[in-house]
Design a protein around this ligand. Sequence first.
Ligand code: C5P
Length: 219
Amino acid sequence: MMNDNQKPIIIAIDGPAASGKGSLAKKLAKELNYDFLDTGALYRRVALNILDNGDDINDESIAVRASLDFNENLDVKTLEDERLRSDTIGSAASVVAQFGKVRQALIDFQRNFGAKASLGAVLDGRDIGTVICPNAQIKLFITATAEKRAKRRHKELQSRGINATYGDVLAEMQERDERDSVRLNPHLEPDHQVNIIDTSDMTPNEVMNVALDIINNRS
Ligand code: C5P
């Protein structure tokens, strides 16, 4: 793809939990040789730091302090911690992500990540195309029904030997969707020019091909 103005190409991928946006983002970054940032890991890390300290995840001032501390001493290696991947930490992340000051503390790192990429960067999250990189050349919104997302997550948990019923996974997902909804979290208002891909009845390969078509045909 042409890189106009010598600026890195930014691909913004947003969407709800377990929509497949993370796997797509990783695969696209690999295919295009772009840098990749999973921005959910930043919120997960802040949440895990709070819980590791034995603090209350619902306390806004604690969450804001934790996000500022994290931002000051940011070590990207800490984003690879396996503990970040649990649904409990995903839910805790959605609690701290409701605080505007927490979001604010994490903006610069995300923007700089895109700006300093050599060829381009793929960022996945919830507000990449709207708040973090509103000028992204490509904006994708990856979604699927809550039932399909819960089914995929349930299968993934089972394959990792983690015990959970489908009903519990679905309930947890709906709870997180509600916290991540525009009603409760206006920071997550979707972009109107975004390309929406509903992956409910698609295989990961089909999703990848649709995304590549959009990228290759961008005007
Ligand atoms: O994408 P992931 O499931 O890792 O994100 C965990 C939580 O972090 C989300 O449910 C959402 O509340 C929050 N988040 C966010 N903005 C982002 C990325 C994640 O609010 N850009």
